[in-house]
Ligand binder design. Structure first.
Ligand code: DAT
Ligand code: MG
Length: 150
């Protein structure tokens, strides 16, 4: 099924000049960008974004980290896009992420793991709605579409 997923280059990814690397890997996989913007997450939005983690031992650090600098917010579309991005990202703890994954190749600590990707279509929709207005998500077709499906 063609899905949309929310992807974010976290503040460490921006500071470490990994935006291009991450965008390049998603493009190369065949996914299509339908929204991209740089953004500084206000605290209240970060708290809504990570509401499911409230109360966990890493929560305060997570909110401080994600609001500490600009992030790049994106929506990517494609066949099974949610799972495709999750597999490209690798495990939450980069120490356990396989080599070849974004986290496995670029990060060392779960508190600085470079990228966010939605974990299910429903959370993707919730996250897209939190970060983007409808008119910011572009509906267009790309010339390679026929070469990315059977
Ligand atoms: P993911 O980002 O892989 O979906 P998650 O939703 O479980 O992982 O957690 C959200 C973020 O919270 C994660 O990217 C980094 C932070 N986090 C999770 N577990 C952590 C831990 N044990 N120590 C520090 N940060 C953690
Ligand atoms: Mg998550």
């Amino acid at each position: 099924m063609i899905e949309k997923t929310f992807v974010m280059v976290k503040p460490d990814g921006v500071q470490r000049s990994l935006i291009g690397e991450i965008v390049g890997r998603l493009e190369r996989r065949g996914l299509k960008p339908v929204a991209i913007k740089m953004y500084r997450m206000p605290r209240d939005l970060a708290e809504r974004f990570y509401a499911e983690h409230k109360g966990k031992q890493f929560y305060d650090g997570l909110i401080n980290y994600i609001t500490s600098g600009p992030v790049v917010c994106m929506v990517w579309e494609g066949e099974g896009a949610v799972a495709a991005v999750r597999s490209l990202m690798g495990k939450t703890n980069p120490a356990e992420a396989a080599p070849g994954t974004i986290r496995g190749d670029t990060a060392l600590h779960p508190g600085k793991n470079v990228i966010h990707g939605s974990d299910a279509p429903a959370s993707a929709q919730r996250e897209i709605n939190l970060l983007f207005n409808d008119y910011e998500v572009i509906d267009y077709s790309r010339i390679d579409a026929e070469w990315l499906k059977e």
